[in-house]
Design a protein around this ligand. Structure first.
Ligand code: FES
Ligand code: FES
Length: 161
C-alpha cells in the first residue's frame, strides 16, 4: 500500500491505496464520488473523464498513485458554488444534450477542457474534441449544440437534425 495525497475538487484527501488502484476505483470506491462513470474500463468511452492538473484524463487509464500531489477535478466539482448548474451543465439541460445521462459527466468534463483551451470552438472542432467520448443515445447533435451554446455562440449555425 502507498499513501497518496491529492486535492479533489478543492479538498485535500489522503488515503492508502494499492499500487494498481485505478483513479476510477479511487474516486468511486474510496471517495464515493460516483459521478465519474465506468463505461468500458479500456480507455475507449470517455465516461470516466476527469481533470488532472488541468488536463483532460480518462480516469480508467491512470493509477491513483500517479495522482499523488495532483489537483483533480471531477463532475462533482463542476456546479457553481451555490450548487446551481454551471454554464456547461445548464446548456446540456437547455439543449437536451443528454438522454440516459451515462456519458454526461464525461461529456461535461471534456467540454470544460475544450472551452478552457478554445473558448469559441467551431462545430467541427467540438466534434473532433469529443472523439474520445462515446454517447449511445443522443447522436451527438444536441451535445454539440449545448457546447456551442455554453461558449456563447449562436447554435443556429448547427444544422437542424
Ligand atoms: S471507463 Fe474510462 S474510457 Fe471508458
Ligand atoms: S446520453 Fe445516454 S450514453 Fe449519452
Amino acid at each position: 500500500m502507498t499513501k497518496v495525497t491529492m486535492t479533489v475538487n478543492g479538498k485535500t484527501v489522503a488515503k492508502e491505496v494499492r499500487g494498481n488502484t485505478l483513479m476510477t476505483e479511487f474516486l468511486r470506491d474510496e471517495l464515493r464520488l460516483t459521478g465519474t462513470h465506468v463505461g468500458c474500463d479500456t480507455s475507449q468511452c470517455g465516461a470516466c473523464t476527469i481533470h488532472v492538473n488541468g488536463l483532460n484524463v480518462k480516469a480508467c487509464t491512470i493509477f491513483a498513485a500517479e495522482c499523488d500531489g495532483a489537483e483533480v477535478g471531477t463532475i462533482e466539482g463542476q456546479a457553481n458554488a451555490d450548487g446551481s448548474l454551471n454554464v456547461i451543465q445548464q446548456a446540456f439541460q437547455d439543449h437536451h444534450g443528454l438522454q440516459c445521462g451515462f456519458c454526461t459527466p464525461g461529456m461535461v468534463m471534456a467540454a470544460a477542457s475544450l472551452l478552457k483551451d478554445n473558448p469559441k470552438p467551431s462545430e467541427a472542432e467540438i466534434r473532433h474534441y469529443l472523439e474520445g467520448n462515446i454517447c449511445r443515445c443522443t447522436g451527438y447533435h444536441n451535445i454539440v449544440k449545448a457546447i456551442m451554446a455554453a461558449s456563447g455562440q449562436d447554435v443556429s449555425v448547427i444544422a437542424a437534425e
